[in-house]
Design a protein around this ligand. Structure first.
Ligand code: P1T
Length: 390
């Protein structure tokens, strides 16, 4: 019988350590391994190339995503850059137009000068991906829900378009985690994570991962992991392994809290302060039906837009972000603590202003990462902070 994700999160990739029986995977803090003679070793030569703590994490995350292979990196951005090095100069990428600002920056300011071009399309329209594909298109890249506007991409439909044309589909599953969405089952070739977020969940590590069942791609990724060298430290791997054990529990609580908070925020719409609430779990979300079908839950990220008012939306947003006491004004997401941020000034400041405005990442947009605190305490905090801006 195949095990459920709650069981895999605790056990996958982590048999008792063979020499002592230690139930927790040890942190192998070593840079090298002693060889009996030149080239005579037990599969471990140098710690950039192999590390048992990292291998445990890679096996664990692969099991959660239903992948055959996992490759871990020093950050989500390192994972993204390494995936893009599967391509070469002259290749073309089609990407969703709403992405983490740092991912957009990699496409435009790191890869484009190296000869990799990217076309951005509305991720809610599979036909837009089809229209943008060219003979030299090798990869489609999507986040779903997107950061920060929570648009939903129909993964099965886009995967089918890619399959017909032999194009790789990479899905950044950071916002959902395998608990809520498993892109490989819907036809994606690669899943990418910033493990910094929900997977680790405790706001104390920067990390990334790529999961795939394609053996050739996994081999190439492992080559690049070693050759490019953006590896995670063993201590960080240990912390992520510890964090991931409670991932399903945390997600359950965070989603429950987010549903309550999104409903409460939606009730405030029309009261002069909140213009719009964006959350895939609300019937008002334009793709609520697709979200309900594709995802096992609506996630714990909520975005909302403040109305202009007398002082303007930007000043109102600043007031709210300064007034929160329980929630913290900070970049990042997915940890046990509730975080609140302003995409235009913070996580998406690296996007050119005209593009931000075209997408709808305006002065009044606020993004909330709902934590595991008691929902009534989070609500009380939001209520007092929003009242200051009313
Ligand atoms: O920060 P890093 O671990 O390098 O991951 C980058 C990244 C990749 N993909 C998504 C969807 C992300 O949200 C991020 C990082 N995002 C934030 C820091 C943020 O606050 O949105």
């Amino acid at each position: 019988m195949s095990q459920r994700i709650e069981t895999l999160a605790v056990h996958a990739g982590q048999p008792p350590e063979p020499s002592t029986g230690a139930i927790s995977t040890p942190v192998f803090l070593t840079s090298t391994y002693v060889q009996q003679g030149p080239g005579e070793h037990r599969g471990y030569e140098y710690a950039r190339t192999q590390n048992p703590t990292r291998e445990a994490l890679e096996a664990n995350l692969a099991a959660l995503e239903g992948a055959r292979f996992g490759v871990c990196f020093a950050s989500g951005c390192a994972a993204t850059v390494t995936v893009l090095h599967l391509l070469r100069a002259g290749d073309h990428v089609v990407a969703g137009d709403d992405l983490y600002g740092g991912t957009f920056r990699i496409f435009e300011r790191v890869m484009r000068p190296l000869g990799l071009t990217t076309t951005y399309v509305d991720p809610t329209r599979p036909e837009a991906f089809a229209a943008a594909m060219r003979p030299e298109t090798r990869l489609v890249w999507v986040e779903t829900p997107t950061n920060p506007l929570l648009k939903i991409c129909d993964l099965a439909a886009v995967a089918e378009l890619c399959r017909q044309r032999g194009i790789l589909l990479a899905v950044d599953n950071t916002f959902m985690t395998p608990v809520l969405q498993r892109p490989l089952e819907l036809g994606a070739t690669l899943v990418v994570h910033s493990t910094t977020k929900y997977i680790n969940g405790h706001a104390d590590v920067i990390g990334g991962a790529v999961l795939t069942s394609d053996e050739g791609l996994a081999e190439r990724l492992r080559f690049l992991q070693n050759a490019m060298g953006a590896v995670p430290s063993p201590m960080d791997c240990f912390l992520i392994l510890r964090g991931v054990k409670t991932l399903p529990l945390r997600i359950e609580r965070q989603v429950d809290n987010a549903v309550r908070i999104a409903r409460w925020l939606a009730e405030q719409v029309g009261g002069g302060l909140i213009e719009r609430v964006i959350y895939p779990g609300l019937p008002s979300h334009p793709q609520h039906e697709l979200a309900s079908r594709q995802m096992r839950g609506p996630g714990a990220m909520i975005s909302f837009v403040l109305q202009d008012g007398r002082q303007g939306a930007l000043e109102r947003a600043r007031t709210v972000l300064r007034a929160v006491r329980l929630a913290s004004c900070a970049e990042s997401l997915g940890g046990v603590e509730t975080l609140i941020e302003h995409p235009a000034l913070m996580t998406h400041a690296s996007l050119p202003r005209d593009q931000r405005e075209r997408l709808g990442i305006g002065d009044g947009l606020i993004r909330l990462s709902v934590g595991i605190e008691h929902v009534d305490d989070i609500l009380a905090d939001l209520e007092q902070a929003l009242a200051r801006a009313a």
